[in-house]
Ligand binder design. Structure first.
Ligand code: GLN
Ligand code: ZN
Length: 768
C-alpha cells in the first residue's frame, strides 16, 4: 500500500500561537512550563490534524521553539563557551541566548550565561526565506548527546496515540551548514559526530520507532568529492548499529551529480523532490535499487498553489508501473514549513483565487488523495480529480490572470529598452550639471523611523477610524518635518521618509494588478518572526502612479534634490509567492515594466534621482552554480528594463543590503545603476574589495552606520570608515550613507548619527 507521508508541518500555528507564546515568555508574562505546555498543545494539534487528513507517516521532532538547526546543535553538545552549558541537558536560557544573544536577565545569570554573549550568526536556509542559526564549531570539537529530543517527541506523540516518524537533520548537512571559528573544515568532524547520531538512532530503535527521516538538503547542492565520501561514510556507519529504517530526504532540487552517491547508500528509503527536481525521476528510477523505498515529493512544499492532481497521479503511476507500489510513499516536495497553515482561514480572499490555492492543510489532503488514487485507481478519486481539473482549467482560462495588454507589452520589449541611451561617463557629466553635489555627497537609504504614531495612524485608517484626508495630512506633516530636518542637518540628497509605506513589497503590491494579500498566510522567517508574502496570481500591471504623489510633494518643499524610492522587480518577486504557470523570469519582467512606468512618471514630476532597491537580488541565486548565469541574466535585464527609460541627467540609484558581491560583480556592474549603496560597516569596508578588484565603474555608497544596532557612531569612526573606503575607491565614486533604511531605528538615534555622518563627510571635503 502506498503511504501518504509528510516531511514537516509549520510550527508557528494557524493563529501564530507559537509566536505569541514566545513573546509572552520573553517578556516574562509566561513561565517556562507555560511555554512548554503551549508548544506541546501545538504539536498535539498538528499531529491530530495530519492523522485526520489521512497521513500515515506523520513527522515528529519537526517542531522547534526557535530553530531546528539550533536544536540539533544543542542536542549534540555543540554549544560554544559562555552560554552556560558544560554537560547534561541544555537549558532553555542557553537555547535562547544562542538564538537571540544574552539579554542580561535573571534566568541567564542563574544559568551562568556570560553577559553580552552574542547570538549565533543567522543565515538563510538554502534559498527559502527561513533563517537558521549557524552552529559554531571548532577543530577538535567534542560532541555528546545532551538529550534525545527526537525520542522525547516520539514518546510524547505516542502518548497521544500518534506514531510519528522522527525527523533529524542529517549529520552531513548539519556539518556543512555549520561554520568553524578556526577556518577548519566542519566535515573533518564527521567521525566525532557519528557516535552521537548512532546513539540517538539506537534509542529510537529501542523505543520501536519504525522509521526515522534524515534530512540531507545539502544533496541539492553541487557536492565536493569529500562531501560525497562523507555521505558514504556516515550512512555506512549508521547502518551498522541498531536503528529504525532510515528515509534519506533530499529536497529543494534534483540530486543531479549526487544521485550515484545516494543510490548506493545503505538506507531503507529515499525522498525525491519531484517539483523542483521533476526531471530527475527517470535517472532515479534507473539508479535506485528496487528494494529501496521511494518517497515521491509531488506536492509543492514551497508554494501555495493547488496541485494538478491528474498530472501528479500520472507521475506516480509511472513509478508504480516501473516498480510496483509496495515501497512507495507520496509526500510534499519538502517540509511544509515554508507555506501557511490553512487557506480556509482566508475568508476575505477573492473566491476564485482561493479556489486555486492550497496551504499546508490542503496540501496534505492532496497527498493522502494521491496515495489513495494510486492504490485504488482513478475511479476511487474521480470527483477530486475532476475538481482539480476544473481549478487548473479556470486558472488557465481566467481573464483575470491573463491580461493581453501585458502580454503584448512583454512581447514588444526591445534590447534598447534594456539599456541607458548613453554610457555612464557621459551621463555622469550631465547629471552633475543637472544637480550640483559636493564631493562625498551625503544621503540616506529611504525610510525614517516608523514610530508608534505612524503605525497608529495607519491602523486607524484601516479600521476606518481615521479618514483618508486626515491620514494624508498626517503623512504630509511627517514629510514636512523630515525634509526640514534633513536640510538643517545638511544632507545633500533628501528622502521623503517612506512614512506612508507599511512594507517595501506590500506597499507596491497593493497598488499593482496581479497581486493578492492574505490575512493569515504567515510563514516563519526566523524564531518568532513571521512574514505573510503576497501572492502574485495574475499578469502584473500598474493601473496608476504609486509613489509620485508623495515624492513630488516632498520635492515641492525643498530646493535640494529629493530621491524617489522604489522596490525593484527582483525583490518584489523574491519576497512573494509567485504563480507557477509561467517562468519566474516572465513575472519579473512584468513587474519591471510596471516599475518602468513609475520611473518615467517620477522623472516627469521633477524627481532627478530615483533609487530602485534590490536587496533580494543576491538571494535569488539558484542553489547550483551552473544555474547562476541564467538567473543573473534575466534579473539584471529586469533591473535595466525598469531603470533605462529616463534621460541621461536623471540618476538611477540602487541599494542592496546584507549581500556578498565577490562572485557576482560582473552582474552588479551590468545593472549599470549610476550609484549603488551597500552594507559595509560590519565588514569595515572589506566588502568593497570586490568592487575595487573589479574596478567597478560607477558610483558607490558604502554604508558607514550599522543600522541594525542602536549604537550611534561618532564622526571620527565614520571618517575612519570613509578613509578605508578611499583606499579602495576613487574619491569621485564615493557617496556617504547609512547601511540601510532607518525605519526600525528611533529618532534619537537617527538624529545624532546623521549629524555625525554629515560632519565626517565635511571633514573629508576639507581634506581631513
Ligand atoms: N528604501 C528602503 C528603506 O529605506 C530599503 C529597505 C531595504 O533595503 N531592505 O527602508
Ligand atoms: Zn537595505
Amino acid at each position: 500500500m502506498t503511504l501518504a507521508s509528510n516531511l514537516g508541518f509549520p510550527r508557528i500555528g494557524r493563529q501564530r500561537e507559537l509566536k505569541f507564546a514566545l513573546e509572552k515568555f520573553w517578556s516574562g508574562e509566561l513561565d517556562e512550563a507555560g511555554l512548554q505546555a503551549r508548544a506541546a498543545e501545538l504539536r498535539a494539534t498538528h499531529w491530530r490534524l495530519q492523522q485526520g487528513l489521512g497521513i500515515s507517516h506523520v513527522p515528529g521532532n519537526d517542531f522547534a521553539l526557535y530553530d531546528h538547526v539550533l536544536d540539533t546543535a544543542c542536542m549534540v553538545g555543540a554549544v560554544p563557551e559562555g552560554y552556560g552549558w558544560s554537560e547534561g541537558p541544555v537549558s532553555l536560557a542557553t537555547v535562547f541566548a544562542l538564538a537571540r544573544g544574552a539579554r542580561g536577565t535573571e534566568a541567564e545569570r542563574a544559568a551562568g550565561i556570560a553577559a553580552g554573549s552574542p547570538a549565533l550568526e543567522m543565515t538563510k536556509w538554502f534559498d527559502t526565506n527561513y533563517h537558521y542559526l549557524v552552529p559554531q564549531l571548532a577543530r577538535g570539537q567534542r560532541f555528546v548527546l545532551t538529550g534525545n529530543q527526537p525520542l522525547a517527541m516520539f514518546r510524547e506523540a505516542q502518548a497521544r496515540n500518534t506514531r510519528t516518524r522522527p525527523v533529524l537533520l542529517g549529520p552531513v548537512s548539519f556539518l556543512m551548514l555549520a561554520k568553524t571559528v578556526d577556518g577548519s573544515d566542519p566535515l573533518d568532524l564527521l567521525d566525532a559526530l557519528l557516535p552521537v547520531y548512532a546513539e540517538i538512532l539506537a534509542q529510537l530503535a529501542e523505543a520501536k520507532a519504525p522509521w526515522v527521516q534524515m534530512d540531507e538538503p545539502v544533496l541539492a547542492l553541487d557536492l565536493s568529492d569529500k562531501a560525497k565520501l562523507a555521505f558514504a561514510l556516515a550512512y555506512g556507519r549508521l547502518a551498522q548499529g541498531p536503528a529504525p529504517e532510515l528515509l534519506l530526504a533530499s529536497y529543494f532540487g534534483p540530486l543531479g551529480g549526487n544521485l550515484a552517491t545516494v543510490a548506493r547508500l545503505p538506507v531503507a528509503g529515499l525522498h525525491l523532490d519531484l517539483v523542483r527536481g521533476a526531471g530527475q525521476l527517470d535517472d532515479a528510477l534507473a539508479a535506485v535499487p528496487a528494494s529501496t523505498w521511494l518517497s515521491l515529493g509531488v506536492v509543492n512544499g514551497r508554494n501555495v498553489w493547488r496541485t494538478d492532481l491528474r498530472a501528479a497521479l500520472a507521475t506516480l503511476q509511472r513509478v508504480a508501473a516501473a516498480r510496483g507500489t509496495r515501497r512507495l510513499m507520496v509526500a510534499p516536495s519538502c517540509s511544509l514549513l515554508h507555506v501557511p497553515v490553512d487557506v480556509e482561514q482566508e475568508a476575505g480572499l477573492d473566491p476564485e483565487l482561493k479556489g486555486w490555492l492550497a496551504f499546508a492543510t490542503q496540501k496534505l489532503g492532496e497527498v493522502a488523495l494521491l496515495a489513495r488514487g494510486l492504490d485504488e485507481g482513478e475511479a476511487a478519486v474521480a470527483a477530486a480529480l475532476k475538481d482539480s481539473d476544473r481549478a487548473v482549467q479556470s486558472r488557465r482560462d481566467s481573464a483575470r490572470v491573463h491580461d493581453p495588454k501585458v502580454a503584448a507589452r512583454l512581447a514588444s520589449i526591445t534590447p534598447e529598452m534594456e539599456r541607458r541611451a548613453t554610457p555612464f561617463a557621459e551621463r555622469r557629466a550631465r547629471q552633475r550639471t543637472h544637480v550640483s553635489l559636493p564631493a562625498f555627497p551625503t544621503t540616506t537609504i529611504g525610510s525614517f523611523p516608523q514610530t508608534p504614531e505612524v503605525r497608529k495612524a495607519r491602523a486607524a485608517l484601516h479600521r476606518g477610524s481615521l479618514a483618508q484626508p486626515d491620514y494624508d495630512q498626517a503623512i504630509a506633516g511627517w514629510i514636512d518635518e523630515a525634509v526640514h530636518w534633513q536640510e538643517e542637518v545638511g544632507l545633500d540628497v533628501l528622502v521623503h521618509g517612506e512614512f506612508e509605506r507599511n512594507d517595501m513589497v506590500q506597499y507596491f503590491g497593493e497598488q499593482m494588478a496581479g497581486f493578492a494579500f492574505t490575512r493569515h498566510g504567515w510563514v516563519q522567517s526566523y524564531g518568532s518572526r513571521c512574514v505573510a508574502p503576497p501572492v502574485i496570481w495574475g499578469d502584473v500591471s500598474r493601473p496608476q502612479p504609486m509613489t509620485v504623489r508623495w515624492s513630488a510633494y516632498a520635492q515641492s518643499r525643498t530646493d535640494r534634490p529629493v530621491k524617489g524610492m522604489l522596490t525593484g522587480p527582483v525583490t518584489m518577486l523574491q519576497w512573494s509567492f509567485v504563480r507557477d504557470d509561467q517562468p519566474r523570469e516572465t513575472v519579473c519582467r512584468q513587474i519591471a515594466l510596471a516599475l518602468r512606468d513609475e520611473v518615467v512618471d517620477l522623472e516627469a514630476a521633477g524627481i532627478a534621482i530615483i533609487q530602485i532597491d534590490e536587496p533580494a537580488l543576491r538571494e535569488g541565486l539558484p542553489l547550483r552554480r551552473p544555474d547562476w548565469p541564467g538567473y543573473l541574466d534575466w534579473a539584471v535585464a529586469s533591473f535595466r528594463l525598469c531603470s533605462s527609460a529616463v534621460r541621461d541627467e536623471t540618476q538611477v540609484h540602487t541599494h542592496m543590503c546584507y549581500s556578498e558581491f565577490n562572485d557576482i560583480m560582473p552582474a552588479i556592474a551590468a545593472m549599470d545603476a549610476d550609484a549603488i549603496s551597500i552594507e559595509t560597516t560590519r565588514s569595515r569596508m572589506e566588502l568593497l574589495d570586490a568592487f575595487a578588484q573589479t574596478a567597478y565603474p560607477n558610483e558607490i555608497g558604502p554604508g558607514v552606520w550599522d543600522i541594525h544596532s542602536p549604537r550611534v557612531p561618532d564622526a571620527g569612526e565614520i571618517a575612519e570608515l570613509l578613509q578605508r573606503a578611499r583606499q579602495r575607491l576613487q574619491d569621485w565614486q564615493i557617496w556617504v550613507n547609512p547601511d540601510c533604511g532607518l525605519k526600525t531605528r528611533k529618532w534619537d538615534e537617527v538624529r545624532p548619527a546623521l549629524v555625525n555622518m554629515v560632519a565626517a563627510a565635511r571633514q573629508l571635503r576639507r581634506g581631513g
